[in-house]
Write a new protein. Structure first.
Ligand SMILES: Cc1cc2nc3c(=O)[nH]c(=O)nc-3n(C[C@H](O)[C@H](O)[C@H](O)COP(=O)(O)OP(=O)(O)OC[C@H]3O[C@@H](n4cnc5c(N)ncnc54)[C@H](O)[C@@H]3O)c2cc1C
Ligand SMILES: Cc1cc2nc3c(=O)[nH]c(=O)nc-3n(C[C@H](O)[C@H](O)[C@H](O)COP(=O)(O)OP(=O)(O)OC[C@H]3O[C@@H](n4cnc5c(N)ncnc54)[C@H](O)[C@@H]3O)c2cc1C
Ligand SMILES: Cc1cc2nc3c(=O)[nH]c(=O)nc-3n(C[C@H](O)[C@H](O)[C@H](O)COP(=O)(O)O)c2cc1C
Ligand SMILES: Cc1cc2nc3c(=O)[nH]c(=O)nc-3n(C[C@H](O)[C@H](O)[C@H](O)COP(=O)(O)O)c2cc1C
Ligand code: FES
Ligand code: FES
Lengths: 289, 315, 315, 289
């Protein structure tokens, strides 16, 4: 009685080592092989994937769109956007740091070494570093740090000094401290538990860094509260800034207009696509969410 | 090698695979070679610049998504000046989808869009997420006839009409569009739907209602294509839930001359190219020389034509 | 503990969970305690004994099934004499679904079914797989009004009316049923669909067309329930894609007073009981004292009522 | 943004050892634990499940309705009916022998030791053994043998002699020979490769067994051709018979009328539900398929 091909979807994604018939395309659909997928703490996991060479051609602030397996037997229909956490060209590896919470990320969390994982990308416009900038400040919270990590890698490669203010609920979840320090960053953990993550305290730190000449540019991701703060300080003190935004996505290519956020440019409000016009935007134009 | 080309009226598509309007843009050239597609279909354009609906514009459902975008765009002038040239760089014919809230403006827009680089006008009379002052022509025979007649009078470009699956009697509406001068029918747009969040008791979309998109819906749309293709003479383009080459075959067997694909391209950005390749391989394996041999080739002669068709049309 | 009871007109259900007609029989007592259900819903019965449609009667699709059973049964006499007593052994009210091809017979059947052990007559005017001489009243306002009026004249039992999702304008049809005397509306039956096999080019079902059943369809039916509940005064029963307690909540928020469940019981034969238990737990966790507080409690006051409702009704 | 419980379906199936709140129900929904799931040959797999006590209360010819996992990421929507191949009450185990072909059975084939597998049952009316019968003949082919195996177990327990004619394409796929012989059955393999599975030859064997007094009743499953043959011989020689039928199912409980087959009773054609009126039927009434 069996009479039909059972594959519900077509899939011709590229694996590590596959011949690339469309090398001129800047975005690809890839089958990464899971190298490891471990818990970083009770909420976050860290995935390392071995990928096709074309997928390595990506940079800080860009993202991949991930086709997550099902955590419960029923299909997960939409891809999930995820920032590049680290690129290791020598090992042909790409890494993600993610919070395991909804259906997609929980399905992702179930992947084991050797499993395939379909990812599309790299997508979007990432961070840009003005050659004039000698020292930058990154301020992140939660998974926002995942997005800022490769920026630090980039800055480090270009010899730019980094101060990373890492905000978290408690010391147990201060992630990426080692990673940031590995890039030569000075890290300043601020915590909810001891009140150091308060807006007032972080504002003081930011102003202090500007005073010390350590803040040629601001970068943030992951918290609306921190965005507002950095925007305010940046505006007051004339420090340019960039912010990585998030929004629910469908296509990831700029076609569907699902991933809109509001921006204010020269006093006029407008909508931009997070997936293509961003996800990294001029901090002073971002209205937040 | 099978000949994959199909004719939709005066237009030849090199293969029956086109993207669906709103689920595609020239920006997909980043990931696939647009020159391999059967056609290029632009997102529905309206006269004035529009921001579109409040976010969130998409929510996942049991088996698919609901979306309510609200036809954002920079307006017709920007479209003709800046977006048509983006598509004109590629070889496949450009199908431009257009919508309006009233008949005269719809016809005027079609006229303004009848520039050399536009190959086909697709009248989107069925978008279930039109704004607060808008209507939905494709729910009614007379409205369909009126608006398509008006558009037909203003353009010599091939005119495709996108119908709504929310209509109860798609066959009569298809007939009305044909009589009013449509050159092809696109069946169908999305299914008007609602999702309510059980945490905060609020609709999940910023615009409350949205259009459901899901491979699960293919059997419904396929039934509509089958019913319509039996009674109209113009070509039908099947749109809804195509995710693999066999789905293209199924739509063609039901009477479609081509298909439009949205969802599958979101899930697998390379899907359209894969489907073209798989379709060619499928035909070659079976010794099918021309893909057009599949059109309407369903074997149903020996099945009584029961009154279901009539029933769905209301007996 | 939350009070799960709901009233549908004069009938009290101990909880809002009922099986859907055709997807249930007393034989499910083998696996669940039928006395725990909100109601018992028998398979649609017709006057004469019927064998039903040719096999295969079910085919799997991308995300669900299409089925075309053809209302087999042993006829009304056998039903009243032998099947009603099977259900009468259980406490929940018995809802008897009935169908016919013509108005007079429909009304006469309802009269003959108005025996003491039958608590509710459910008029199935929407079955998309009626036989070659049959029709589908629920596609048209006037037909709905006529047949429901005729039935109403012949029975004093509570009269529920099962509507069709294939209708383009469900709101008008719901209004027609209400005006003609319906005590409640069941929304909705299955979606008319088709599947064609790509190996032999033949329809997958013996009866060609079938009704699509899939959790994927819930957002469409939910939208219909929402639209209808806003305009009618009688209770609405939401039927389509309920697979978990949150789906019951979602239907109730949209305005339903109860739900009917088919597919979930096929997948998990104990599902209906689990859903009742989960619904109670869900309410208890949130301090909801009466499940009826959920009915129509969607928070949408601040959302502009755009014209989508109108649009779907044809503006 | 995660705001909803993610479980798409409710599930309250019983595991081995779980307390049973509804012990009086004769059918249950169970979560079996896969003990093993191995290839028998290139096409068939054999699954052993540890199940709740209530599931063991089943007999030959009955079936379970299996909720198969996905072989490809997309959900398998309908359950698959599968005959009980063997019941081992001592070990609390139930076994299935199945052909791995479509989406459901391929998904089932991917299950590994320790995995959960949801099964509903036992369902349907199985084989009945008239106490007068001293010797029976079972004739099966392919997975039909899976259905006949527990009948042999039952017959053996009741001291009834069994001759099992096992039909197959080639010796490599003659399955269950050991199992049948373990129940004390005399086995007669008949093969396509050497022509012994021909209708004419099998007819000769059947007539021979009747002549020898070894055929008080006939049982068959798995082949329309063999059913017709046994029916003919049974009718001619007055041997009663039972056949296990198959049909696409939805509910399994007798409610949906999907699983119909045609039967001829006293010259009149009628339809019966395979799931509830069967799957085992009077051979002389079966019209075949
Ligand atoms: C450019 C970009 C980069 C991101 N980088 C990271 C990262 O490095 N690490 C990380 O943990 N998370 C990151 N996120 C957020 C991540 O996409 C969401 O956490 C994830 O989609 C949630 O999926 P879920 O299935 O677990 O949750 P669910 O709540 O089940 O998801 C339901 C729907 O909402 C969408 N959604 C939910 N939360 C978000 C969100 N914050 N942003 C966008 N869509 C969302 C999902 O994509 C899905 O469509 C990023 C988001 C964007 C837009
Ligand atoms: C009472 C009964 C007992 C059975 N016992 C066994 C057994 O012990 N071992 C075994 O290998 N097979 C058995 N079968 C057949 C088994 O149910 C099918 O092989 C299986 O359903 C095929 O599913 P699939 O997903 O692999 O195939 P697909 O072709 O993908 O299935 C598509 C649909 O057709 C149905 N279907 C396909 N073949 C059959 C069939 N032969 N009978 C009923 N429905 C079918 C499926 O259930 C599904 O709904 C039995 C069938 C019945 C009715
Ligand atoms: C995000 C999104 C936006 C859409 N926008 C439009 C549009 O602008 N005009 C239109 O005619 N259809 C639009 N559609 C409908 C699609 O063209 C198509 O009819 C529908 O998605 C069904 O096809 P699919 O199942 O292949 O996705 C849109 C669909 C989606 C998912
Ligand atoms: C096999 C099957 C048979 C059905 N028979 C009937 C019927 O006799 N009468 C009826 O009103 N609806 C019938 N239905 C429709 C269901 O009652 C219900 O409306 C539909 O399945 C949607 O609910 P669900 O998504 O919970 O399954 C049937 C559905 C199925 C799957
Ligand atoms: S996700 Fe489609 S435009 Fe951004
Ligand atoms: S499968 Fe439902 S009646 Fe047999």
């Amino acid at each position: 009685m069996s009479y039909e091909p059972c594959e519900k979807y077509t899939d011709s994604a590229l694996r590590f080592g596959d011949e690339d018939h469309y090398p001129e395309r800047i975005v690809g659909e890839f089958l990464g092989e899971v190298v490891s997928n471990d818990w970083v703490n009770g909420e976050y996991k860290h995935m390392i994937l071995k990928v096709h060479a074309r997928a390595l051609d990506s940079y800080a602030g860009q993202f991949f769109h991930l086709l997550c397996p099902s955590p419960d037997g029923a299909e997960v229909y939409m891809r999930r956007p995820m920032s590049i956490y680290r690129i290791d060209k020598a090992a042909s590896q790409i890494e993600f740091l993610y919070k395991c919470e909804g259906r997609g990320t929980r399905g992702m969390g179930m992947l084991k070494e050797g499993d395939d994982f379909n990812l599309a990308g790299p997508l979007g416009k990432g961070f840009t570093l003005d050659p004039k900038w000698k020292n930058i400040v990154v301020l992140g919270r939660g998974v926002g740090l995942a997005t800022l990590a490769p920026l630090s890698q980039l800055a480090a490669e270009k010899g730019v000094g980094i101060t990373a203010i890492l905000s978290a609920r408690n010391p147990g979840v201060v992630m990426s401290k080692d990673l940031f320090e590995g890039f030569g960053a000075t890290t300043i953990p601020v915590l909810d538990t001891d009140g150091t993550s308060d807006v007032a305290n972080v504002e003081k730190i930011l102003n202090g860094l500007i005073d010390e000449g350590k803040a040629d540019a601001f970068f943030t991701c992951g918290s609306n509260r921190l965005l507002s703060l950095m925007k305010k300080v940046g505006k007051a003190r004339g420090v340019p800034g960039q912010v990585a935004m998030e929004q629910i996505m469908v296509c990831g290519f700029g076609a569907c207009y699902v991933c809109m956020r509001t921006f204010e440019i020269d006093g006029e409000k407008t909508l931009k696509r997070v997936c293509r016009d961003g996800p990294v935007f001029n901090m002073q134009e971002a209205v937040g969410w | 090698m099978v000949d994959l080309s199909v004719r939709i009226g005066d237009i030849t598509l090199q293969n029956p695979i086109t993207p669906a309007s709103g689920a595609f843009s020239w920006e997909y050239n980043d990931v696939i070679d647009l020159n391999r597609l059967g056609g290029l279909v632009a997102k529905t354009i309206c006269r004035e610049p529009r921001l579109g609906n409040p976010t969130p514009r998409m929510a996942e459902t049991e088996a698919g998504i609901i979306q309510s975008i609200g036809l954002p765009g920079k307006g017709i002038e920007y479209f003709v000046d800046h977006i048509v040239p983006e598509y004109a760089r590629f070889k496949p014919p450009l199908i431009v989808s257009v919508s309006s809230e009233n008949t005269e403006d719809f016809a005027a827009l079609a006229e303004e869009l009848s520039v050399p680089d536009v190959d086909v006008i697709e009248a989107n009379i069925s978008c279930p997420t039109r704004n607060a002052t808008g209507g939905n022509f494709a729910m009614h025979e007379e409205h369909t006839k009126e608006v398509i007649g008006a558009i037909r009078a203003k353009t010599n470009k091939p005119l495709w009409v996108k119908l709504s699956p929310n209509a109860g009697d798609i066959v009569s509406i298809a007939r009305a569009a044909e009589e009013a001068g449509a050159d092809a029918l696109c069946i169908a747009n999305t299914f008007l739907s609602l999702k309510i969040r059980t945490d905060n008791f609020r609709p999940a979309l910023g615009n409350k209602f949205g259009g459901l998109v899901s491979p699960a819906l293919k059997p419904i749309v396929l039934r509509m294509v089958y019913q319509v293709a039996k009674v109209v003479k113009i070509p039908v383009i099947g749109i809804g839930g195509v995710t693999k080459a066999e789905d293209v075959v199924e739509y063609m067997l039901a009477g479609a001359s081509a298909v439009g694909i949205g969802y599958a391209g979101f899930r697998n950005p390379t899907a359209l190219i894969t489907i073209i390749d798989d379709l060619a391989a499928w035909c070659d394996e079976r010794g099918i020389k021309k893909v057009t041999d599949l059109i309407g080739a369903v074997k149903d002669d020996d099945m009584e034509m029961d009154t279901l068709v009539a029933a769905s049309a209301g007996v």
